[in-house]
Design a protein around this ligand. Structure first.
Ligand SMILES: [Zn+2]
Length: 280
């Protein structure tokens, strides 16, 4: 199959792969005025990112304790979200990567590189609860679809670039064509990886919403926990955190800071302490 037939194959399969499940829960409404006010507030805050040095032993202990406190309080949410096992395997990784992620069916990995920017138990709990939220909402299964879409998009972009590069090239021969084919396949693998790692904005907000309910049930301080959103949002434009894998996979936006506050308000007025279902 030549580059172009592959290109068209990829193109026609794309709409099938990008079907989006949408949020099962009513996400907090975020209005533009609140976003603008928050944007200004974050811009005015010039506090630099602080590094909190802790030993691996301490970090491991913190992650284990916080994960167990969250899991102990997750049962009603698990039942509600139909996350039947209600099991989370939370692991500490001493690596420098500024990252945390949910993988497979119940795994969560938190890196030292990210923990060093987190001030207290509430902020660490926010990160773990957010990843638990991805599991509760079954995002990893939805992500499999994104992975295929990621491969497709990456393949398309590569095919387009290669085609543009070789257009009008009289020396373009079959050897080069073979090489291009290989590049295209490699890029589809890269695309699958990137696609697999990224959640949609809606999925991020859904994980945040479930995280706020989980944190509230486990009696963490939601306001303090929400500071992680401010830190991430503040650093998404510049600085060391802006190059972190955590931000690549968890796009931070001022909208998320505002939505977090809205969620706190919602929980305070919601006697069931379970998120409202979205009307479809
Ligand atoms: Zn996330």
């Amino acid at each position: 199959m030549n580059t172009f037939s592959r290109f068209f194959l990829v193109l026609i399969s794309l709409p099938l792969l990008t079907a989006c499940a949408g949020s099962a829960y009513k996400l907090p409404a975020v209005n533009d005025a609140d976003v603008k006010t928050m944007q200004q507030k974050i811009a005015d805050n010039n506090e630099p990112l602080v590094v909190y040095e802790r030993s691996d032993k301490k970090n491991k202990q913190l992650v284990a304790n916080i994960a167990s406190r969250l899991a102990k309080n997750a049962k009603p949410l698990c039942t509600y979200a139909e996350y039947k096992s209600c099991y989370f395997q939370v692991e500490y990784n001493p690596g420098n990567e500024i990252n945390a992620y949910a993988s497979e069916n119940y795994k969560i990995t938190v890196y030292r590189g990210l923990l060093q920017y987190l001030k207290n138990n509430d902020e660490i709990a926010a990160v773990i609860a957010h990843e638990m939220g991805h599991h509760l909402a079954n995002h990893n299964e939805e992500k499999q679809q994104n992975a295929s879409a990621g491969a497709a998009i990456s393949g398309i972009l590569t095919a387009v670039v290669l085609a543009a590069a070789n257009n009008n090239n009289p020396y373009y021969n079959s050897y080069q064509q073979q090489q291009d084919q290989k590049t295209l396949e490699d890029m589809m693998h890269v695309g699958a990886k990137v696609g697999a790692l990224s959640y949609s904005k809606e999925q991020e907000r859904e994980a945040d919403l479930l995280a706020t309910y989980l944190l509230s049930r486990a009696k963490y301080d939601l306001k303090k926990a929400g500071n992680i959103m401010v830190v991430l949002s503040k650093s998404s434009g510049e600085g060391s955190l802006s190059r972190s894998a955590f931000l690549d996979t968890h796009p931070a936006g001022v909208e998320r800071v505002v939505a977090w506050q809205e969620a706190i308000d919602e929980i305070n007025h919601n006697p069931s302490k379970l998120p409202y279902l979205s009307k479809k």
